[in-house]
Design a protein around this ligand. Structure first.
Ligand SMILES: Cc1ncc(COP(=O)(O)O)c(C=O)c1O
Length: 312
């Protein structure tokens, strides 16, 4: 089975992968009542070091998701960071890692949120997943499914339940022969893909939907906006994007911890630009990987080393 490892961190302990279980009556299972982060750590072979990408920012977003859900767990950000490091060392990872801290509602009264009425907990699953720079680009489409709206099931909360919406869109696109689709929000403006944020280039400017467009406030998105401005001298505009703008974009790509930087070369059978990943996409893709792997001193503060002086 893909995506497994020897150990999982669960409620303060390292346990064997097969023993990390939650009861079937848990709210997390019955109603998708959990929030999570999808994160990556990148392996630097020269230094034999594993670097967690933007740990602090991911943990902050996890807190925000918990806060909105009124989900309290007895672990601090430092506890989580220590858990990641302990887990990666236990699994002896020496390649790229994808991992997911999850905070959940367990067994208790239905719809409860107070600890006296319901158990809560947390776990961290991690598995080897080397970076996969997408060089050729994917064919996308506009989904017939609308992105979750903020007043219904907020996309800003990285809740497991939001991924029912994502699954509907993803499967439909796949059955129709496309890669990940672009989802519009209830206003009919571009939102994001089922699992990544969206950016496009028109006339030398990068354009991406604002955080109020029913998107997850992507940490990769934020990182790339900063890098375009600070390192590549490229203007970035956060504004609504109409559907037909997709068909006349010069470049387009998805970005996220899972997707990394994924060029889009076709949308609804319209070629994006000349049908190949464009220059501003490729440049930011290269810079992203260089930084994530610890090759750019200026951005080392975005990274958290796992092994330190205990090299594997
Ligand atoms: C729905 C959705 N939007 C956007 C993103 C991108 O967010 P981030 O860059 O923080 O991983 C993700 C996850 O990667 C996601 O699942």
């Amino acid at each position: 089975m893909a995506g497994t490892a020897d150990f999982i961190w669960m409620n303060g302990k390292i346990v064997a992968w097969k023993d990390a279980a939650i009861h079937v009556t848990a709210e997390a299972l019955l109603r998708g009542a959990s929030v999570f982060e999808g994160m990556r750590a990148y392996w630097n072979e020269d230094e034999r070091e594993l670097y967690i990408f933007r740990n602090k920012e991911h943990l902050r977003r996890l807190r925000q998701s918990m806060h909105i859900m009124r989900l309290a767990i007895p672990y601090t950000d430092d506890d989580f960071t220590a858990a990641f490091i302990e887990l990666f060392r236990a699994n002896r990872f020496t390649e790229g890692v994808h991992f997911r801290p999850v905070a959940y509602f367990g067994v208790g009264e239905a719809h409860a949120w107070e600890p006296k009425d319901i158990e809560t907990g947390a776990f961290v699953m991690a598995y080897a997943r080397p970076p996969a720079p997408s060089l050729k680009g994917i064919r996308s489409c506009v989904s017939t499914w609308r992105r979750n709206s903020d007043n219904a099931s907020p996309s800003r909360v990285k809740a497991a339940a939001n991924y029912h919406n994502a699954r509907l869109a993803q499967v439909e696109a796949k059955l129709n022969g496309f890669g990940p689709p672009i989802m519009l929000n209830d206003q009919g403006e571009v939102s994001e893909s089922p699992g990544a944020c969206f950016m496009m280039v028109r006339d030398g400017r990068v354009i991406t939907p604002p955080v109020s467009a029913d998107i997850l406030e992507g940490i990769t998105r934020e990182s790339l906006i900063d890098l375009y401005r600070a390192e590549l001298g490229v203007e970035v505009v956060e504004r609504d994007i109409d559907r037909t703008e997709l068909y006349i974009a010069d470049e387009a790509f998805f970005c996220g911890s899972g997707a990394e930087v994924q060029p889009i070369v076709e949308i609804d059978h319209y070629k994006v630009g000349d049908g190949r990943p464009g220059p501003l996409t490729t440049k930011i893709q290269n810079l992203y990987f260089d930084i994530a792997k610890g090759r750019v001193a200026k951005y080392r503060h975005w990274l958290t080393p796992v092994y330190g002086d205990r090299k594997p």
